[in-house]
Design a binder for this molecule. Structure first.
Ligand code: TRP
Length: 333
């Protein structure tokens, strides 16, 4: 069996959180042993939001790489690289731009939701609207088979595959390869407010670098059931964030089932549940925090430098083949 190629990435717009951990980071840790894995810090994509504040993107870049290493992604097994340092990705983006339409991008459900959230009004930056095209460049440059992502990224992979098919058809080639999303069991982790998915920008997430007291306070502020006033009242399990997190992070499934039953009947207080969840999350995040503390900036930069060097060669090779397929490879080296 040939080894699968895995590619994924994160926008360095803040530290990573528990949603990333269960949605994608844990899959990456597992996949790195059986595949050729590339993990990208998507700073170019982050700039589509934060073009006015590149310093913020820059500062978060090393935070994200620290998160990777802290959760167990190993630079010896996984190539970690920086998107902006791979010129071939920008070139591929330029060629793929012609293979989709503005209306197709505007209909992308993830892009649509983000646009609504950001209130760009009439002036949506072109770069923002086009970031799914640049993401297609990321995926295809490495000929990824699998892309471990959360559910919100499915429309990106669909678009990427559409562009791949169109490219291969128009230029009569099999140069590009379609990819598949690799979803974890927890596809989307709700925010602690219960309103939307856990997100950096909504600040409703528990971050991998949160201190114990912060984790505690966030757990105790979680949305439960507003009608569950007295311990003896029957409570709602559905939409109760504490149960959602127990489902995602607590291995004792039978115990969760019996807690849910008891809560629904009445007689189980929120504080008991929150204290259980707090213990579980503290245990989960402690080794991540400890590993993080051993990493130096110099270490992290070195990891990025080595990974980027390797990634640059691979993307360049794909770009060369793309240009040959398009018959625009004029001055072949
Ligand atoms: N869009 C992803 C996110 O929001 C980041 C990303 C950029 C990505 N390029 C990618 C993910 C390629 C998977 C594959 O976090």
């Amino acid at each position: 069996m040939t080894r699968k190629i895995v590619l994924t990435g994160d926008r360095p717009t803040g530290s990573l959180h528990l949603g990333h951990l269960v949605g994608s980071l844990e899959s990456r840790v597992a996949l790195q042993f059986s595949s050729d894995q590339y993990v990208m810090v998507a700073d170019v994509q982050a700039l589509t939001d934060y073009f006015e504040n590149p310093q913020k993107v820059m500062n978060n870049m090393l935070e994200v790489v620290a998160d990777y290493i802290a959760v167990g992604i190993e630079p010896e097994l996984t190539t970690i690289f920086i998107q902006s340092q791979i010129p071939a990705l920008a070139e591929l983006t330029a060629y793929y731009m012609n293979l989709t339409s503005i209306s197709r991008l505007e209909r992308n459900p993830t892009v649509k939701a983000e646009i609504a959230q950001k209130s760009f009004g009439e002036s949506i930056p072109a770069g923002f609207l086009c970031y799914p095209i640049s993401q297609t460049a990321d995926i295809t440059a490495f000929r990824a088979d699998l892309v471990p992502v959360g559910e919100d990224q499915l429309p990106m992979i669909e678009l990427s595959n559409e562009i791949v098919r169109k490219f291969n058809r128009i230029y009569n080639t099999d140069c590009l390869k379609e990819s598949k999303a690799h979803l974890s069991n927890v596809k989307r982790l709700v925010g602690i407010d219960g309103k939307a998915k856990a997100s950096k920008s909504l600040n409703n997430a528990i971050f991998l670098n949160d201190l114990p007291q912060v984790i505690h306070d966030k757990v105790y502020s979680m949305f439960t059931d507003p009608d569950h006033i007295r311990v003896s009242d029957p409570g709602k399990v559905e939409g109760n964030v504490v149960f959602t997190y127990l489902d995602a992070f607590y291995k004792e499934k039978d115990e969760i089932a019996s807690l849910k039953k008891k809560y629904a009947q009445g007689g189980l207080g929120d504080v008991v549940l929150k204290s259980l969840l707090n213990d579980i999350l503290q245990k989960k995040i402690k080794p991540i925090r400890e590993k993080r503390e051993t990493l130096s900036k110099k270490n992290l930069l070195e990891i990025c430098f080595e990974g980027t060097k390797k990634a640059r060669d691979i993307a360049q090779t794909t770009l060369q083949e793309v240009k040959e397929a398009m018959k625009i490879s004029f001055f072949k080296e």
